[in-house]
Write a protein that binds this ligand. Structure first.
Ligand SMILES: NC(=O)c1ccc[n+]([C@@H]2O[C@H](COP(=O)([O-])OP(=O)(O)OC[C@H]3O[C@@H](n4cnc5c(N)ncnc54)[C@H](O)[C@@H]3O)[C@@H](O)[C@H]2O)c1
Length: 332
């Protein structure tokens, strides 16, 4: 039973591939390597080097591998940049998702798990975001993920009365961090963990953006979750869809508690052994005090649990960062 992972050579996709393998499902990755790397994948996992906008290639890949489902991870994920690149963002995330659904329909593949995002909620001012919290995306990125969810919903409705209705769920991630293998690292130039690690490698103090939020230590609180937990939830979702078990249309993969930026900086100081005082910069426009999600629905249906402490998140992320730095300098 094989599952196609679009974006399987990326940070989260490569972790999902490993979780599928561990669950006895057979992953195949399809990736254009725009931000991913072939060496992120375990050596025994086939990689189709191609683009999700190439519907024919997707269809052929699904057919030749007798795929039973798709985990659609590929996308353009830079929320801030998406404001300057709306056309690119919509092409990748909306047209890309349409192409995946079209190829699945043509190839007779009826199960999809979609990488969605907390960005569909915008900046919710609620103590804990649930799946029914209003969706008010504030960037083209968030809008494109919400439209991706709608496309899947509408295709499911359109196929409901056929013999093969589309079975689906969307998993909304918040801040994904850490690594389960030194081979795979978050390459984002904007996410907090890579920013901290890069600053420390360059002997520069990492920056806390805003220290006057209404939180216990004044820094913003977000929902950081270990990528291995995120990946595991995909394998459970794929298995449940394969077994014909009903799932909700969307799940938050959240911790329910959250961590502050300062807590993460403290863990980074302890784990790396580098003594530093974070610099404090101005708040970033539109950043709320706290965004924390309830993972209760995912706990009920997807065996969702937070297995890793903040120290483990930082330790594994730092180890992967250092291993990849070494690899980059060996290549030069
Ligand atoms: N990292 C996070 O904190 C986070 C949070 C919420 C949602 N997400 C979503 O999770 C998904 C994966 O994120 P990530 O952090 O692993 O990012 P990533 O950039 O490491 O992975 C994306 C992968 O998709 C591939 N890709 C991009 N466009 C493609 C295309 N047109 N055709 C084929 N392959 C393509 C890239 O080469 C890369 O391997 C994205 O859809 C992102 O929006 C990520």
């Amino acid at each position: 039973m094989s599952w196609l992972v679009t974006g399987g050579a990326g940070y989260i996709g490569a972790h999902i591939v490993e979780s599928l393998q561990a669950s006895g499902l057979h992953p195949i990755a399809l990736d254009n390597l725009s931000t991913g790397h072939a060496h992120f994948l375990p050596p025994d996992v086939p990689l189709v080097h191609g683009d999700i906008l190439d519907t024919k290639l997707l269809e052929n890949t699904l057919r030749t591998n007798h795929a039973s489902g798709v985990i659609h991870v590929a996308g353009y994920k830079y929320a801030g940049e998406s404001v300057n690149r709306p056309l690119h963002t919509y092409e990748q995330n909306v047209e890309g998702t349409r192409s995946v659904l079209d190829a699945m329909h043509r190839a007779g593949v009826h199960r999809i798990v979609f990488s969605s995002s907390a960005a569909v909620y915008g900046t919710p001012e609620v103590p804990r975001v649930t799946e029914s919290t209003p969706k008010n995306p504030t960037t083209p990125y968030g809008e494109s993920k919400l439209i991706g969810e709608w496309l899947i919903r509408d295709q499911a409705a359109a196929t409901r009365s056929t013999g093969h209705p589309l079975q689906h769920t969307s998993l909304r991630y918040f801040n994904v961090v850490g690594s389960s293998s030194e081979r795979v690292v978050d390459t984002s130039p904007y996410n907090l963990f890579p920013l901290i690690f890069r600053a420390l490698s360059e002997n520069v103090a990492p920056v806390i953006h805003g220290a006057d939020y209404a939180t216990p230590d004044g820094s913003a609180v977000r929902d950081y979750v270990h990528v291995a937990d995120i990946a595991a939830a995909h394998a459970v979702a794929a298995k449940k869809l394969s077994d014909g078990e009903p799932l909700l249309t969307a799940y938050n993969l959240g911790s329910g508690t959250g961590l502050s930026v300062r807590q993460i900086m403290n863990a980074a100081r302890d784990i790396t052994g580098i003594a530093f005082d974070p610099a404090v910069g101005p708040r970033r426009q539109g950043d709320p005090d706290r965004i924390v999600a309830s993972g209760a629905s995912a706990t009920r249906d997807l065996e969702w649990t937070m297995r890793y402490s903040v120290e483990e998140m930082v330790r594994s992320g730092w180890a992967a960062h250092r291993a990849n730095q070494q690899e980059e300098s060996d290549e030069r």
